[in-house]
Design a protein around this ligand. Sequence first.
Ligand code: GTP
Length: 235
Amino acid sequence: MKYKRILLKLSGESLMGDKAFGIDNNRLATYASQIKAIYESGVEVAIVIGGGNIFRGVQAEEGGMDRTHGDYMGMLATMINSMALQAALESVGVQTRLQSAIEMKEISEPFIRRKAVRHLERGRVVIFGAGTGNPFFTTDSAASLRAIEINAEVILKGTRVDGIYSADPEKDPNATKYDTISFDDAYGKGLKVMDMTAFTLCKENNLPIIVFDMDTPGNLQKVLEGEQVGTIVRN
Ligand code: GTP
């Protein structure tokens, strides 16, 4: 395996599968089996999952709700997805620990960096819920922050697209996919990899990001094996 310790960022929306809202059990099971495969090959896996299938703070603001209030609701949404993923992983025999950035000790450990690292060393998949615990940060930022804190070698950003393109491939037939791109070039070309807070954290801490299509089974394993899947962004 190319990497020993990774942080996998999953999107909440992807968990919907073909549904309009909430969690699609088939999609959840597909994710669990993909994660199980890499876990069994000894990779240390930490996971951050978004909450957009349930609630988005930004949309709440558009409806007149205070942004911070909406963001906290979004953090709770990530906990629902984290718990669903935890259950799905444990049902296929993957040991997990869930840590929350907002204390809810009846259902999750609090986030404690040193404990998270110990869990990883002992072969447990660690899921980080509730984002960073702060409004105005996305789950991409939470993923970047946690990845740096636990010394992950790379962030694997699982999306519905298979990498980063020079333009929107749905609108521009000449759009081409990058295999590799530097942080500076991605910024210079205005390509959207993650929000700027997350992007800058990764760049400044020399943490590469691989954007890949998580909805194609087997892709996660291929990324770990060092196959050219998706786009790698690095310094
Ligand atoms: P080691 O210390 O490495 O043995 O880790 P461990 O996680 O097995 O030990 P610990 O005794 O800390 O945890 C046992 C179980 O309780 C695990 O499933 C933890 O996730 C869970 N747990 C630990 N702390 C908390 C907490 O504050 N709240 C909740 N809900 N569960 C917790």
